[in-house]
Design a protein around this ligand. Structure first.
Ligand code: PGA
Length: 250
């Protein structure tokens, strides 16, 4: 019912030449992906190069962030309209690095999600607790609050178009993954929250990705969980062989 979404978040890696090499290797080994969705989110500077290589393939193009406005005097910002223009279909919103390093809060992320939807981009909204929050037993409270604030004021129709990525901050880039049981428990909590916001029918269709040190050797057990509908992959998406193994999870 929910098509798994395997997404590579390249972060601030890959020049255009390196991006080209990676995409060529990915496409070479891609094989049959008819029962899943594959997405790459290169840095802005490689979107055009990657988009041209992906044309006519099943791999989709996404961006890692977009500002809230369509155009204007916003030095350094990129608008959802510009991303659509380059062939993007997805955009990440509220990644924990945007929250922690660039000071983004739930209110801004809410505006970014809305702006993306308004321009026909599918947002992947990231949520997740820090290590101190988990140790203090606050993980669920924090994540539920992030989901509620990020989606505040949206209609069930809007919520139905959004992908949520649960990415515990302590698991990102650390090699320290949530156990499949812990991840499943949080995904179920997120789905209950979505049901409260948008009804059970919509909640049943929303894809909830897990992110945080997803690797070839842990993807299968994560994807076996009933409420894990895909992966948002950082480090392991930077090499074709590891990303392909994740894409082809069993
Ligand atoms: P990681 O990053 O796979 O390198 O932990 C995931 C992410 O930040 O989206």
């Amino acid at each position: 019912m929910r098509t798994p979404l395997l997404a590579g978040n390249w972060k601030m890696y890959k020049t255009t030449g390196e991006a080209r090499e990676l995409i060529e290797a990915l496409l070479h080994g891609l094989g049959d992906v008819s029962d899943r969705e594959v997405l790459v989110c290169p840095p802005f500077t490689a979107l055009q190069t990657v988009g041209a290589l992906l044309a006519g393939t099943p791999v989709k193009l996404g961006a890692q962030d977009a500002y809230t406005e369509t155009q204007g005097a916003y030095t350094g910002a990129i608008s959802p309209l510009m991303l659509r223009d380059l062939g993007c279909t997805y955009v990440i919103a509220g990644h924990s690095e945007r929250r922690a390093i660039f000071g983004e809060d739930d209110a801004l992320i809410n505006r970014k999600v809305r702006a993306a939807l308004a321009h026909g981009l599918l947002p992947i909204m990231c949520v997740g607790e820090t290590k101190p929050q988990r140790d203090a037993g606050q993980a669920e409270t924090i994540v539920v609050a992030q989901v509620r604030a990020g989606l505040a004021g949206m209609t069930p129709e809007q919520i139905g178009q959004i992908v949520i990525a649960y990415e515990p901050v302590w698991a990102i880039g650390t090699g320290d993954t949530a156990t499949p049981d812990d991840a499943q428990a949080m995904h179920a909590t997120i789905r209950r929250t979505l049901a409260e916001l948008a009804g059970t029918d919509v909640a049943a269709t929303v894809r909830i990705q897990y992110g945080g040190s997803v690797k070839p050797d842990n993807v299968d057990e994560l994807m076996a969980q009933p409420d894990i509908d895909g992966a948002l992959v950082g480090g392991a998406s930077l090499k074709a062989d590891s990303f392909l193994r994740i894409v082809h999870f069993h």
